[in-house]
Design a protein around this ligand. Structure first.
Ligand code: GLY
Length: 362
């Protein structure tokens, strides 16, 4: 049991992702990035910290000079520059220098914020990611995107800053609520839709194991998603081109997330966004009706919504245009040219988006 996936940049190994079922190999991973002579700051939120902080602090104390915690209030509302300032202050007071290390223990909010603080504190220090949610394991902890929300606009301020190591303990998925757990399957399903029909079939065949959170099936799914994302980010680490396909469903999804004031989870909003993007792909004849129906069925089977309540299409369209996925004033929209094959389109019209939004609004 257990996997090791290496992320390469310019054909050289940059960092490893360890996929494990416990924390037994965490000391070796921390020491592997040179923790012994360094200070570590474990960044976590109030929910994840309540379950895992003591365990991770104990492990870290055995392999570092000093370990301090930084705990912020759980939730997307904390993902802002104010929390980053509090973290900088904590690091300054504890005399963290350029060789000291942040450890992000938590979901996407924690990983993105710790990564951004690491990218900017003293012009850049190292960060080790210990993702606790499925979204963070299969998406946000890998690939080096870091950042915070700004005035309600998702991830509007950020930097690329690659982690030094990523340690995934899939047993942490057992403590997620059902909503958090299935939200992660939004990103999992996305990886199949954009790149890999065989991965989509694996998910469809293993719904029962997914429902009972089988550790072996989760290991397979996490490894499968990491490998799909690895192949994309290795080719295009800073989203100059192909990496944008990972934003399938996100253009409209992020707008829905903002308009719902973050009361819907990320994967749920992306799910509705993917259903709309798949609809546009079908209307353009890029996927057939079976392909579209199968995408919607997969999302429903994973307890994900393909419809949203209480919003209107014009508002979603307008907020989408303030998202960062723009290119010279045009929305960089991701469509499917066949299932398992995403493409970037700069010519999706407002009326195509409005028609697609009508199909997902109740
Ligand atoms: N979450 C999309 C990306 O990492 O590019």
């Amino acid at each position: 049991m257990g996997r090791l996936i290496t992320i390469n940049y310019n054909n050289k190994p940059l960092y490893n992702i360890s996929i494990e079922h416990d924390f037994n190999k965490l000391p070796a991973v921390l020491e592997g990035v040179g923790s012994k002579e360094r200070k570590l700051c474990i960044v976590t939120d109030s929910s994840v910290g309540a379950i895992y902080l003591d365990t991770v602090m104990d492990i870290a104390r055995g392999c570092a000079k000093d370990v301090i915690p930084f705990i912020f209030e759980a939730g997307e509302k904390s993902k802002n520059l104010g929390t980053i300032e509090d973290l900088y202050e904590k690091l300054i007071i504890a005399h963290f220098d350029r060789n000291d290390i942040l450890v992000a223990l938590g979901g996407g909010v924690t990983g993105d914020m710790a990564g951004y603080a690491a990218a900017t504190y003293l012009r850049g220090i190292r960060v080790v990611q210990i993702p606790s949610s499925l979204v963070a394991m299969v998406d946000s902890s890998i690939g080096g995107k870091t950042g915070v929300d700004f005035k309600g606009y998702k991830n509007m301020v950020g930097a690329f800053h690659q982690p030094s190591a990523v340690y995934m303990n899939v047993s942490m998925l057992s403590t997620l609520t059902d909503a958090q757990y299935y939200s992660g399957f939004g990103e999992v399903a996305k990886h199949g839709f954009i790149r890999d029909d065989a991965y989509s079939s694996y998910i469809a065949k293993n719904l029962e194991g997914i429902r009972r959170r089988s550790p072996l099936i989760l290991e397979e799914i996490v490894a499968g998603s990491c490998n799909i994302k690895r192949a994309v980010v290795e080719n295009d680490p800073e989203e100059k081109g192909e990496r944008a396909i990972l934003n399938f469903g996100h253009t409209l999804g992020h707008a829905i997330e903002k308009l719902m004031d973050f009361t819907m989870l990320h994967g749920e909003c992306v799910s509705a966004g993917m259903a709309a993007a798949a609809y546009i792909s079908m209307k353009r004849g890029m996927i057939n009706e079976n392909g579209y129906n199968s995408i919607c069925r997969t999302l429903k089977d994973l307890n994900l919504p393909v419809c949203v309540n209480g919003l209107n299409a014009e508002d979603i369209l307008s907020v989408s245009k303030s998202d960062k996925k723009m290119d010279a004033g045009k929305i960089k929209f991701i469509l499917l040219n066949g299932t398992g094959n995403a493409v970037i389109c700069n010519d999706v019209t407002d009326s195509e988006m409005l028609e697609a939004l009508d199909t997902i609004l109740k």
